[in-house]
Design a protein around this ligand. Structure first.
Ligand code: F6P
Length: 321
C-alpha cells in the first residue's frame, strides 16, 4: 500500500505544501495517541474555559489546539493560521506561502463517550497583497482551497484528503506510524436512502425543510416512494465519512432557535473543507442558497447552513428550498 508522502509526491504537489500537510499529519498522530489513551492521558472532561463562540472547551479541545498551533507555527511555509478555538488569526512566518484553517477537535461532545471525533483542516495560498497575519487573508472563498481534509479518530484513525484531484482515504498503520492509501478516487453514490440530521431541531426549521424531511420519513408510502433510514453521529467528521463511504445526505439547516445565530456549522473550519472533499468525490455541497465553495466569507467565525452528500439527493432537497 502506498504511503501518503509517496502519493503526494507522485501528484507533483508543491514541496512546501507537502511540508504543511506533513505537519498537520504529525499533529493528528499525536492527537490520535492521546485519544486512544483516553482517561489514562487525562484528556477527558471539560475545562472552565469558553472559546470565542461561547462554548465550553473540553480538555481535549485545548490540548489538540495547542498541539496543532505549536507544530504549525514551527513550520516555515505557514504564513498564518485560524482555529475554531482561537479568537483571532495567529501570525506564523512572514515569508510563509500558505494559510491553514482548522477545527482541532470536531464533535467534542463525543469525547467522553468514546465516540467518533476528528480534526478538520483546510489550506489556502497566502495573498501577497495583504499582511500575512491579516484576517482578510482568510476571506478567500472555499473554491480557493489548495487542500482540505480530516483525520477521523474512530476504531481506526483515517485521513480523508484532497488537493483538488479526487478524494482519497488513508488508514494509519499504528505499528509503522504511516498513513497508507486504502481508498483511491472515492466516488459518492449519486442516489441514497440515508439521511443525517438532528431531528430534535425540527420544530425550528423553515417550512420547506420540514416538508423535505417529512417526505423522507413517509418512506414508500410518501411522495418519494422509497424507504429512508436516518443516522446522526453528532460529529460532522463521522457523518461526512459515512457519506463518503456509502453515500447519504448530511444536513445542518438554519433554524429559529437563536435569531442572532441561525446556522451552527462554521464556514471556514467545517463547511468549506468538507465541501471540497465531497465535490472532489462527485458529491454536492450547498448552503440553503448557494454552492458552499462560492460563498464570500464575511467573518472569521462565520456560520452557514450545510446540505451535502449524494448529488441527486442534494438536488432533491434544494428543489424543496
Ligand atoms: O460543530 C460541531 C458539531 O459537533 C458537528 O461536528 C456536528 O455535526 C454538530 O456540531 C452536532 O450538533 P448537535 O449538537 O446539534 O447534534
Amino acid at each position: 500500500m502506498k504511503k501518503l508522502l509517496n502519493v503526494l509526491r507522485s501528484d507533483e504537489i508543491d514541496t512546501d505544501l507537502i511540508q504543511v500537510i506533513e505537519t498537520l499529519i504529525d499533529a493528528s498522530k499525536e492527537i490520535a495517541f492521546r485519544v486512544r489513551q483516553g482517561a489514562l492521558a487525562g484528556v477527558l472532561g471539560s475545562s472552565q474555559e469558553e472559546n470565542v463562540q461561547g462554548e465550553t472547551q473540553k480538555y481535549l479541545d485545548i490540548i489538540s489546539n495547542q498541539l496543532m498551533k505549536d507544530l504549525l507555527l514551527a513550520c516555515e511555509p505557514v504564513a498564518a493560521l485560524a482555529s475554531e478555538e482561537e479568537d483571532t488569526v495567529v501570525a506564523a512566518n512572514a515569508t510563509g506561502k500558505y494559510l491553514v484553517a482548522f477545527d482541532p477537535l470536531d464533535g467534542s461532545s463525543n469525547i467522553d463517550i468514546n465516540g467518533q471525533i476528528g480534526t478538520i483542516f483546510s489550506i489556502y495560498r497566502a495573498l501577497d497583497s495583504i499582511p500575512h497575519h491579516s484576517e482578510l487573508q482568510f476571506s478567500q472563498k472555499g473554491s480557493q482551497q489548495v487542500c482540505a481534509g480530516y483525520v477521523l479518530y474512530g476504531p481506526s484513525t483515517l485521513l480523508a484528503i484532497t488537493t483538488g484531484n479526487g478524494t482519497r482515504c488513508f488508514t494509519l498503520d499504528s505499528r509503522q506510524g504511516d498513513f497508507l492509501l486504502t481508498s483511491d478516487k472515492i466516488q459518492i453514490a449519486k442516489d441514497t436512502q440515508e439521511f443525517a440530521i438532528n431531528m430534535s431541531n425540527s420544530r425550528f426549521w423553515n417550512e420547506a425543510m420540514k416538508s423535505y424531511i417529512n417526505d423522507l420519513v413517509l418512506g414508500e408510502t410518501g411522495p418519494r416512494a422509497k424507504r429512508f433510514n436516518m443516522r446522526w453521529n453528532a460529529a460532522m467528521v463521522g457523518d461526512v465519512h459515512r457519506v463518503l463511504t456509502r453515500g447519504g445526505i448530511f444536513l445542518y439547516p438554519s433554524d429559529s432557535r437563536n435569531a442572532k445565530q441561525p446556522a451552527k456549522l462554521r464556514l471556514l473550519y467545517e463547511a468549506n473543507p468538507m465541501a471540497m472533499l465531497i465535490e472532489n468525490a462527485g458529491g454536492k455541497a450547498h448552503s440553503e442558497t448557494q454552492r458552499i465553495l462560492d460563498i464570500q466569507p464575511q467573518q472569521l467565525h462565520e456560520r452557514v447552513a450545510v446540505i451535502l452528500g449524494s448529488a441527486n439527493e442534494v438536488s432533491e432537497c434544494l428543489a424543496y428550498l
